[in-house]
Design a protein around this ligand. Structure first.
Ligand code: SF4
Length: 513
């Protein structure tokens, strides 16, 4: 019996290694061919949707996608406590004024369902109606309750019904049972969405894939795509097509590859659903903006994407400001030739005068080449900026593309209503104090619910808990109590010092997923 089980596990592993190998070959081949087939339009675009609750509003939620003038819908997410209705409404109004097309609000539990309902009503009363996206993890019943009145519900397939436990291995039967349990649970949400004209965003995230998918595909681009494909099967089984897909990762290349692979799969199926694009844990300032520009911008240049969010650990209004710059930069770099590639060196001479728009255009072009070429160096020119500004941007893109590391890689979530400490202030301190460890990856995360999973491949991290307390992590392991931010910084410094004194511990900061 034991022997049979051993043989079965061995065969299972061999078959998955082979499968992953084949998939890798397919991914490589796939990127050498033209990518986007514009004759396949996202399915539900035929019926532009209007914001709910205001019959006067003709605001289309998803207008027709046109290849000649793509209209990207700009999204941001509130970072106020959802229960603080007044503050959340105020922030949404600021986002509307900045140009947001839809706003995501976290709904961590049943209590917040009532709060987001009040937020919706309040906005309608103020005639500031905008499509709202309820962000739901772990609790299908919360997704169901919000689906009656918001325009879109974001669920995470990694935690809808499956568990995160990566230590469990699954037999074929158990794997299938896990999928069927999810399908059964999804039915009531889909029924409500059908009746209420609500979209479901299938928000796959590399930091929160379930153990079932990882046991079969590893934590790879293929795993992300499989997780999304399961939901196409589920939605189509119940004849539901108002679905939008997002595949996010803090690893920019994985995010790009997974989205393109999912698109390819949809093309093979003969139907393409809309995509929401984003890079997670991008952090802030230049690095945060450029990471998003590389990942999102490169996909836009391929023609992919209907909505997107530039995640920044800053005031959410900044996300919309940069999103608008990214859209205009994309239009310009798409029309004119500002780039060339020879002898493994990428040259970019985008002569933009607005600094952030310049970052956006350069990022998008870098991402486009990074997808297909083995870049050894990147040279940037722009007569409007001083040498040190140009070098800063050059070092930033070289670091993001893993070509040359000049500083610590810092990742940080944008924070949301689950965050209960000043993450923006902590991020600034961490970036300054721990800047000089180019082989380290350090995370600053908003909450213990999703933080540990999403920073799983960082060497160290600080994660927030309730009441302004945070904890220090070494890899996946919590190594401190919940303490004040200043205490956590000292603990982090001492464990980094200790690790550096050990012979072999620290990593090269590369993708260890
Ligand atoms: S990790 Fe950050 S963005 Fe994600 S749920 Fe927690 S606080 Fe919100």
């Amino acid at each position: 019996m034991i022997e049979n089980k051993g043989i079965r596990v061995m065969l299972h592993r061999i078959s998955h290694v082979l499968l992953r190998g084949l998939q890798k070959i397919r991914v490589t081949l796939f990127f050498k061919v033209p990518l986007i087939n514009h004759t396949l339009k996202p399915l539900f675009f035929k019926t532009p949707l209007v914001a709910k609750g205001n019959p006067q509003s003709k605001l289309p939620l998803f207008p027709y996608f046109s290849t000649s003038s793509p209209r990207y819908l700009l999204q941001s997410m509130t970072n106020t406590d959802t229960n603080d209705v007044e503050a959340t409404v105020r922030q949404i109004m600021e986002l509307i004024d900045a140009g947001a097309d839809l706003v995501r609000v976290t709904v961590p539990g049943v209590k917040e369902v009532e709060a987001i309902h009040k937020i919706k009503k309040n906005l309608v009363e103020k005639n500031k109606n905008i499509p709202l996206v309820a962000d739901v993890h772990f609790l299908p019943e919360v997704a169901e309750k919000t689906a009656y009145f918001v325009e879109k519900v974001r669920i995470n397939p990694g935690n809808f019904t499956d568990k995160r436990d990566y230590s469990v291995s699954f037999t074929e039967n158990e794997y299938q049972q896990g999928f069927e349990a999810m399908m059964l649970c999804a039915k009531s949400l889909i029924d409500i969405c059908k009746k209420n004209n609500t979209i479901i965003r299938i928000g796959v995230n590399q930091g929160s894939l379930c153990g079932r998918i990882i046991s079969r595909y590893g934590n790879t681009a293929e795993a992300l795509v499989e997780s999304a494909l399961e939901w196409i099967k589920i939605a189509e089984k119940y004849d539901f097509h108002k679905i939008v897909f997002s595949i996010k990762s803090s690893h920019v290349k994985t995010m790009m590859e997974a989205n393109l692979l999912l698109y390819q799969k949809m093309v093979e199926m003969g139907r393409v659903y809309p995509f929401h694009l984003g890079v997670t844990e991008a952090a802030n300032e230049m690095e945060g903006r450029v990471k998003s520009a590389i990942g999102i911008g490169a996909l836009m240049l391929k023609g992919l994407g209907n909505t997107f969010r530039v995640s920044l650990t800053e005031d959410p209004v900044h996300e919309i400001v940069f999103s608008k710059l990214l859209v205009t930069a994309i239009q310009e770099v798409n029309k004119n030739k500002y780039d060339s590639f020879s002898n493994s060196v990428l040259h970019i001479h985008y002569p933009e005068i607005n600094k952030e728009k310049w970052w956006a255009g350069v990022g998008a072009l870098v991402g486009k080449w990074w997808l297909t070429e083995n870049i050894k160096d990147i040279k940037i020119e722009n007569q409007h900026f001083a040498i040190d500004e140009i070098e800063k941007l050059q070092n930033c893109v070289l670091q993001i593309c893993h070509i040359k590391k000049t500083h610590t890689e810092i990742i940080a979530c944008p924070s949301c209503g689950r965050t209960q400490y000043d993450i923006q202030a902590l991020l600034k301190v961490v970036k300054q104090r721990f800047a000089n460890y180019p082989h380290l990856k350090i995370a600053v995360m908003g909450c213990v619910v999703n933080g540990p999973g999403e920073m799983a491949d960082a060497d160290f991290g600080i994660i927030g808990s309730a009441n302004e307390k945070v904890a220090v992590y070494k890899g996946k392991e919590r190594v401190s109590d919940f303490v004040s931010v200043s205490e956590a910084l000292e603990i982090l410094q001492s464990i980094i010092n200790h690790s550096l004194s050990l012979p072999s511990v620290l990593t090269d900061g590369n993708d260890k997923r």
